[in-house]
Design a protein around this ligand. Structure first.
Ligand code: TRP
Length: 335
């Protein structure tokens, strides 16, 4: 049987935090060991340029995200792990798809619509601050996906629409030029937790409430101590289901450890004690990877070499495929 192709991208803005780890990185790394799939994971650095115009931040984030995934044990023998900008066939395919993508479809994209709505709210011109990058972003994402004929695309809920647009664009291309693309499907895992941040809202860089993944022990402890609790005293029973401390615990604990902590909450564990145990749990799970992360950050040429090897593998798929696609649209040698 032909292997299922699984593909996902990580936009290189920001430093990975516990929410990214639990929601996306950990499941993807587990899946990287499944030899029934052919997986493509890539650093979406062209996508980063849509949101971030600070060269140093884009570069630093690329370095940190690559080191993070490698430190956590990504199986690069079984997964094609590459940087989007190392595969020139992707932006080229992006243009072929741009010429097949309906503008009306792009008008409906959430990210663009949200920007327009915010402008209207503020009494600005609707397109104030909207770049063509933001507007055409779903086409670039379609190129990422279709370049490797991905079947399954693991994403968060906010990205489902983009995968559906990729599907629409693929169908239109196929209809016009013949069956070239598999039709991708979004894969949203409802079991993975959406982690709460320090203030109890969803952990997100935009709320500034994150716990970075590879903090050293001391700052990790400090961050965990900042997690919002209530004023209940030691000895007073606490509601586990209403607690960010418990939710974080659950994201790292075995079912037995979760049951144990639930009992502790009912028995009135002090917040300080619960946080101390939470720190030990998380620190225990991350300390080895953190060590490897430090080594990788100190050895950028190794990380670069891994990415170059990944790009070579990626291009062994994209180069011949793009040749066929060019030919299909009528771009081929004159003879
Ligand atoms: N846009 C995605 C995000 O912000 C990242 C991404 C870029 C992606 N290209 C992709 C995800 C292709 C899946 C497939 O999360």
């Amino acid at each position: 049987m032909k292997k299922q192709r699984v593909l996902t991208g990580i936009t290189t803005t920001g430093t990975p935090h516990l929410g990214n780890y639990v929601g996306a990185i950990r499941p993807a790394i587990e899946a990287s060991h499944d030899t029934n799939n052919l997986a493509f994971y890539f650093l979406a650095d062209f996508h980063a340029l849509i949101k971030c115009h600070e060269p140093d931040l884009v570069h630093q984030s690329t370095r940190e995200i690559a080191a993070t995934w490698l430190a956590l044990g990504l199986n690069t023998d079984n997964v094609v792990f590459y940087r989007q900008s190392d595969v020139p066939e992707i932006p080229e395919l992006c243009w072929l798809l741009t010429c097949m993508a309906a503008k009306g479809l792009m008008n409906r994209a959430h990210a663009y619509k949200a920007a327009v709505a915010a402008n209207e709210e503020a009494g600005e011109d609707p397109d104030f601050g909207v770049t063509m990058g933001l507007f055409s972003y779903p086409v670039l994402m379609a190129a990422d996906i279709l370049m490797f004929n991905a079947n399954k695309v693991p994403v968060g809920k906010d990205q489902i629409q983009h995968v559906e647009m990729a599907r629409d664009i693929a169908a239109r291309f196929n209809h016009h030029y013949g069956e070239h693309f598999a039709l991708p499907e979004a894969q949203v895992d409802d079991h993975v937790a959406v982690l709460q941040g320090l203030d109890g809202r969803k952990m997100s860089k935009s709320y500034n409430n994150t716990i970075p993944l590879f903090l050293d022990e001391k700052p990790l402890k400090k961050h965990i101590n900042k997690v919002k609790t209530n004023l209940l005293e030691p000895g007073e029973p606490k509601d586990a289901d209403d607690s960010t401390v418990f939710q974080l615990w659950q994201a790292f604990a075995t079912p037995e450890q979760t049951a144990y902590m639930r009992e502790q909450f009912a028995a009135g564990i002090a917040w300080g004690e619960a946080k101390k145990q939470l720190f030990e749990l998380i620190n225990g799970q991350l300390s080895e990877a953190r060590e490897r992360y430090r080594e990788l950050m100190a050895n950028p040429s190794h990380v670069e070499a891994v990415l170059q090897a990944g790009a070579e593998k990626a291009r062994s798929y994209s180069t011949p495929f793009l040749r066929d696609l060019r030919s299909a649209v009528g771009i081929r040698p004159i003879k």
